[in-house]
Design a protein around this ligand. Structure first.
Ligand code: ATP
Ligand code: MG
Length: 105
């Protein structure tokens, strides 16, 4: 499994556009691809018209024992799946729990 994360402190430089397009191209190349949106803005999720189910709100993915399979949503594109973001991720970010939790996953 290959994990790719895009990060830049500067706003509006194309992070989201790059993530969405890299994920799409990866799936187009035949790789089973999961785009995990951990930005509370939820822009990647917006691109795919996806909203997370309330039961698996973003913070729970970091703080509770939620099965990731329950959070994965299909997109309109073959081999491309998504874990959508919501504003609960703000708390995970603020409290510094997102990083270690992602490592544990
Ligand atoms: N290669 C590109 N060519 C032209 N426009 C682009 C390109 N990449 C991104 N954009 C546009 O630039 C704007 C900012 O892109 P994007 O939302 O991906 O940035 P971001 O770094 O994720 O921003 P934020 O910090 O707000 O999350 C968007 O309107 C997007 O459509
Ligand atoms: Mg963005």
């Amino acid at each position: 499994m290959t994990v790719i994360a895009l990060f830049n402190l500067k706003g509006g430089v194309g992070k989201t556009a790059s993530c969405v397009n890299l994920a799409y191209l990866s799936a187009l190349d035949g790789y089973k691809t999961l785009l995990w949106d951990i930005d509370p803005q939820g822009s990647s999720s917006f691109y795919f018209k996806a909203k997370q189910k309330h039961s698996v709100a973003a913070k729970k993915l970091f703080t509770e024992d939620v099965d990731l399979d329950d959070a994965i949503l299909e997109t309109d594109y073959p081999k491309l799946e998504l874990i959508a973001a919501d504003q609960h991720a703000i708390a995970a970010d603020r409290d510094g729990i997102a990083g270690p939790a992602l490592d544990a996953r």
